[in-house]
Design a protein around this ligand. Structure first.
Ligand code: ADP
Ligand code: MG
Length: 587
């Protein structure tokens, strides 16, 4: 895709700038995405949608009255960062809490979850509803694993209407969940899409074939078959979706919203041909088509493909689905006149724990702070050395960005830790800020996990009055728990967990044996490196590497190796948080 030469690095943000300029009656550009232009009444729940760019009208096109209050816009096909989620969330929050709703993709889940935690620490009630409508991505009994595609419109529309009606957060969340539970989609792809600046498509479908159930980013689907005419294609899609009728809907009382969605290159007349075939296919099945849409709802750049979604209505959902809405890409009905009041300023609450006024003369660093910053410096130097090695390991079965992602993460984290210490924050608070910076700068799955781990470790340390060996072990334990909670990996899944868990176990055991902290840390780091190296024998069960599992046999997991290198660098020369081995190392 792409006819105009552009800088791929700026493409997504330039597209969002231009979108906001093109729809000045609907949205305004804010840091992290867009928010609706119409004033948000106080005490209205803020519905925030979002995800990677490249899917217009999802997500920015769905921001407006009766729909989303804001959209968090990531890079092309990449999750937005937790920081973006925080910035958009605080801009649209009006005292009634936030509902974050987005497609169920690992990166989005991680970053939105971390963003939600940070917003909660500002005292905001935040709920998350992930969209899981794509029936090709997991069986019905594992619905929570399914990814989100065009059926997301039903969830965003119902949530937005419920918020506009002034319902409390509990209700907005309940209705969004209910809408998601009654929405199913299935798509087919005829050809892949090409990222801006790339000369090869991201994925391909052999010509003359169609991939049934292929995901928006080329994720494998159900099967591949020869191209068919509209009739048989409609029959196949309708058959599969009706077979998944929600359990509480009687067969002869089905009222459906039918959505036919073009993915980018499958244009309107062809969509109408398919819609006609779907309509015929539904006749005589006891199904009432209560409403419908036929057009581009969620695209995938210039991918040629189409999807069909069914949303099973009931009385209350039908009311919210039919309610008036006005966004750049979706309008219906007549909204009540807006109040004339000026745009209520966003309540951008400062994130806590930052002292409001930095001291004019920075206080000299305490030994604890110096020790912490020296560890950051050592880890950054280690990662700088390892960028290519880690990138190479990630290229075996992933996307090759792990070395650079880790370097961006540690640089952002270290800078933030230096700033925090300069303002007089203790190690716990400095680590918390470093975690936020890591997830904002590092990106990717590992960025979110490292961010969450440092945040949890910092929270744990911040509770200790004087940091001793047990507090350090507890902080590592908290980091481990955060990685498990966020990533949902199990030991043996070939992830960074396989290096972190042995580290924590060894550290605890050595401290219990009476070893001093410096020695215990060093031992544990060595154990971690051995465990990371041994992941070469494992098959990846999580993350991007999973579909290419066999290829990664014989190569260790990049995230496990980088973690072990960081732990080794951080523990080398460790003499406790009350002193530094070599003060010259401190930054
Ligand atoms: P991305 O996969 O988004 O490109 P990176 O390349 O930076 O992110 O990081 C990949 C590493 O992240 C993997 O090698 C693995 O160690 C780790 N990882 C991926 N998914 C998970 C998960 N669910 N839990 C724990 N670690 C994970
Ligand atoms: Mg990667």
């Amino acid at each position: 895709m792409g006819y105009l030469p552009t800088d791929p690095a700026n493409f997504a943000s330039e597209a969002i700038d231009g979108f906001a300029a093109a729809y000045p009656r609907h949205v305004r550009r804010i840091d992290g995405g867009v928010m609706r232009l119409a004033p948000i009444p106080s005490d209205q729940v803020g519905v925030v949608v979002g995800g990677g760019s490249g899917h217009y009208p999802a997500f920015a096109g769905l921001v407006g009255r009766g729909l989303a209050a804001g959209a968090v816009c990531g890079n092309i096909f990449a999750s937005p960062s937790a920081g973006q989620v925080v910035r958009v969330g605080s801009a649209v929050e009006r005292g009634a809490g936030l509902l974050l709703t987005f497609g169920n993709y690992a990166g989005d889940v991680l970053h939105f979850t971390l963003g939600a935690e940070r917003l909660r620490r500002q005292g905001i009630d935040v709920r998350i509803v992930t969209v899981t409508d794509d029936i090709a991505s997991a069986p019905i009994d594992q619905q929570e694993l399914r990814r989100g595609i065009a059926g997301g419109l039903a969830v965003y529309k119902v949530a937005g209407a419920a918020a506009e009606a002034g319902l409390p957060l509990d209700e907005v969340e309940r209705l969004a969940r209910k809408a998601n539970g009654r929405t199913r989609s299935l798509g087919v792809a005829f050809s892949g899409c090409t990222l801006p600046g790339a000369d090869q498509p991201l994925f391909e479908v052999p010509s003359g074939r169609m991939a049934i159930g292929m995901g928006l980013h080329g994720e494998p689907g159900l099967s591949e078959g020869p191209l068919t005419e509209a009739g048989p294609l409609a029959a196949l899609l309708v058959e599969r979706l009706l077979a998944e009728r929600p359990a509480d809907v009687p067969e002869d009382q089905q009222r459906l919203v039918v959505l036919v969605n073009g993915l980018g290159c499958f244009k309107y007349e062809e969509l109408f041909v398919l819609f006609g075939a779907v309509n015929r296919e539904l006749q005589g099945r006891g199904v009432v088509m209560a409403d419908c849409e036929c057009g581009e709802l969620v695209t995938s750049l210039d991918m040629a493909g189409v999807s069909l979604s069914f949303f099973w209505l009931d009385g209350e959902l039908e009311g919210f689905w039919n309610a008036a809405a006005d966004s750049a890409a979706y309008r219906r009905g007549q909204l009540a006149a807006e109040s004339d009041g000026p745009q209520q300023p966003a309540t951008q609450r400062p994130e806590p724990e930052l002292p409001s006024e930095p001291p004019t003369q920075p206080a000299p660093l305490t030994p604890e702070q110096e020790a912490l910053l020296a560890r950051f410096k050592a880890v950054e130097e280690e990662l700088q050395e390892r960028v290519e090695e880690l990138g190479g390991l990630d290229a075996v079965a992933g996307d090759g960005d792990h070395g650079l992602g880790m370097l961006r993460g540690i640089r952002g984290a270290r800078e933030s830790a230096i700033g925090a210490c300069g303002r007089g924050c203790g190690p716990g608070e400095a680590l918390m800020e470093a975690g936020e910076a890591w997830s904002d700068h590092g990106g990717g799955t590992s960025g979110a996990l490292w961010g969450g781990a440092l945040l949890a470790a910092g929270q744990s340390l911040a509770q200790a009055t004087e940091i001793g060996p047990n507090d350090v072990a507890a902080a590592f334990g908290a980091a481990l728990q955060a990685v498990i909670d966020l990533g949902q990996a199990a030991p043996g899944d070939k992830t960074m967990l396989d290096a972190l868990q042995p580290f924590c176990l060894q550290l605890r055991a050595d401290l219990d044996e009476g070893l001093d902290l410096a020695q215990a840390l060093q031992n544990a780091a060595n154990t971690s490196l051995a465990a990371a190296t041994a992941t070469a024998d494992l098959l990846p069960q999580r993350g991007r590497a999973r579909p290419h599992g066999q290829r990664s046999l014989g190569h260790p997991d990049p995230g496990a190796m980088s973690l072990a290198y960081c732990l080794l660098a951080a523990s080398a020369g460790y003499v406790g948080l009350h002193g530094v081995a070599d003060p010259a190392q401190a930054s």
